[in-house]
Design a protein around this ligand. Structure first.
Ligand code: P6P
Length: 358
């Protein structure tokens, strides 16, 4: 009989790698699996409710339907604050830190998340996702968690993952011991191990970028994309095909499994996009941790994403992620053709290096 490994069993097996582990982190990952199931259930209903909603202004339960991203946010907050395993949280949906009521206790961990990324695609039935990042708190347990616990560099993450609500619902996570994917068996209500030890393929599959913004790219990014598409003599052969869904988790998941590179670069469209569109703390950093654990690499075009020290919760970062060779080539094009931009950018970000890094 083939072994069935639930995510709970897998997390327990991982915990056994750390004899000193007290099980709190394991419990936290159980909680993540549960909120993922709750959100997946509602996302699955979205299309149905939408059709029925057209008959009137209420959903099938006769309630005013919550927006799914608000539902996802509320589900995660309610689920996680009650456990007492986190001391503070941050969400893409809320401007400031989410404090944990004192009566729930003050945990050792910190959770940052994008509750439903790509939710604008729900009406078109495009995959969406939840992205999460876990840090250990750095402030004393005697005090409530604070911004200092949230604004940590990506290399200090203890876990990161995402749930993709696609043709099937998958939870992909790392706790620093490789990347593992679990597919939801809705009939069991369990996430079952379907993709153990994910490694990004060496052979690049696709490149992924919103080519509609090409006119706003810097020269280095433009030349880099020409290189990816075989329009320069030393391009990676064969020229890579383009895939772009406009849903970060879907584009990242395909890059992780098929190889290649995803980029959302800084562009000259307006000030809001001068560091790109994606958020460092709960989009770029967790996905960078996963990609590093799968043998790939993530950069802002100048620095490793994992070495960026966030200065504010919703800070954006240019994002290049995928095969290490392809991402480092992006850094070379930017260093060569966007030197002035890179000098100005370096003055705007704070870089810290992992102590073990040379
Ligand atoms: P654009 C979705 O709104 C999102 O935040 C990410 O999921 C996605 O990668 C990006 O925006 C798409 O942005 O500018 O290409 O539509």
């Amino acid at each position: 009989m083939t072994q069935i490994t639930t995510i709970e069993r897998h997390i327990l097996d991982q915990q056994r790698l750390f004899p000193e582990a007290r099980g709190t982190f394991t419990q936290l990952m159980y909680d993540v699996g549960l909120f993922a199931k709750l959100i997946a259930r509602e996302v699955r209903h979205a299309g149905l409710v939408d059709i029925l909603g057209r008959a009137g202004s209420t959903n099938i339960q006769g309630e005013e339907q919550q927006k799914l991203d608000v539902y996802a946010h509320d589900t995660i907050v309610r689920m996680m604050e009650y456990t007492g395993r986190v001391c503070i949280m941050a969400s893409e949906e809320i401007a400031g830190p989410i404090r944990v009521p004192e009566e729930y206790g003050c945990g050792d961990y910190v959770l940052l998340f994008d509750p439903l990324d790509g939710s604008s695609n729900i009406d078109y039935n495009v995959s969406t996702g939840t992205i999460f990042s876990v840090h250990r708190r750095v402030t004393s347990c005697e005090t409530p968690g604070g911004l200092e616990d949230l604004l940590q560099p990506g290399y200090r993450q203890v876990a990161a993952g995402y749930v993709i609500y696609g043709s099937s619902t998958m939870l992909v996570y790392t706790a620093g011991q490789g990347v593992h994917g679990f597919t939801l068996d809705a009939s069991l209500g369990e996430f079952l191990l379907s993709h153990p030890d994910i490694r990004i393929p060496d052979a690049p599959g696709y490149y992924s970028v919103n080519a509609g913004y090409a006119r706003y790219w810097t020269e280095g990014v433009r030349r880099y994309v020409e290189w990816l598409t075989g329009r320069t003599p030393d391009s990676p052969a064969p020229a890579m095909p383009l895939r772009y869904t406009g849903s970060l988790v879907a584009d990242f998941h395909r890059t992780l499994l098929a190889g290649g590179v995803f980029l959302y670069p800084a562009d000259t469209r307006d000030a809001a996009h001068s560091h790109g569109k994606l958020r460092l703390c709960y989009e770029c950093a967790p996905l960078a941790f996963i990609m590093a654990q799968a043998g790939g690499y993530a950069s802002d075009g100048v620095n490793p994403i994992l070495n960026l020290l966030p200065r504010e919760l919703h800070q954006r970062a240019p994002f290049f992620v995928g095969n290490a060779r392809l991402v480092r080539e992006a850094e070379r094009f930017i260093a060569r053709y966007d030197a002035d931009w890179a000098v100005a950018y370096r003055d705007q970000v704070v870089v810290v290096r992992e102590p073990t890094e040379a």
